[in-house]
Ligand binder design. Structure first.
Ligand SMILES: [Ca+2]
Length: 186
């Protein structure tokens, strides 16, 4: 029994390590893995955009950026598909946190669910290319039907390999130090 337990623990450790290690590898060209409860972390200074994909929901959800700055972007039922928003320029190490707010005034955040009132995950990420990530939200208390298509967005950046999805429970990579320029005055 003890042996079986230690094998299970070892497997869990290996599996756990792999899940987090995957997040720390460089983005690959055509990844399609959906990471429910993932967090989007920038690895370099870049300009971030959001493109509204669509909303398949009864609620007319408001959506926007919550952190590092607050920016209301629109509503699921009235934003034209393909509308692009420029969020601004953010530095390396920034975690972008997005939200939706449903018709009952319940607000849900991207990430691992710890900031949500029901403590349930309400968003999933998927990497689309080396500069574009799909973000889908679930708008109902307790996570609803978990298809994450109540508000669908693309988050994209002006430069490649500028962000990665951190799976829930994993520690962010160390933030790369900005390049230091030495001015040689003689
Ligand atoms: Ca749903």
């Amino acid at each position: 029994m003890k042996k079986i337990l230690s094998v299970i623990v070892a497997l869990a450790l290996i599996f756990g390590t792999n899940v987090c290690t995957m997040a720390s590898t460089k983005p690959t060209p055509t990844p399609t893995k959906v990471i429910i409860g993932g967090r989007l972390i920038l690895t370099k200074l870049c300009i971030v955009h959001v493109t509204f994909v669509k909303s398949d929901a009864l609620y007319n959800n408001a959506y926007g950026l919550f952190a590092p700055s607050k920016k209301a972007l629109g509503y699921g039922h009235s934003t034209k598909e393909g509308t692009d928003f420029i969020l601004g320029s953010f530095k390396a190490g920034t975690e972008l946190i997005f939200y939706i707010k449903n018709d009952l005034n319940q607000r849900w955040f991207s990430g691992d669910g710890s900031s949500n009132a029901d403590k349930v995950i309400h968003a999933s990420y998927r990497q689309v290319s080396n500069s574009k990530w799909y973000l889908g939200f679930e708008d109902t208390y307790n996570g609803g039907d978990k298809d994450y298509n109540d508000v669908e967005l693309y988050v994209w950046t002006s430069t490649i390999n500028s962000a990665y999805i951190l799976p829930p429970g994993c520690t962010p990579r160390p933030t790369p130090k900005p390049t230091k320029w030495k001015i040689d005055i003689r």
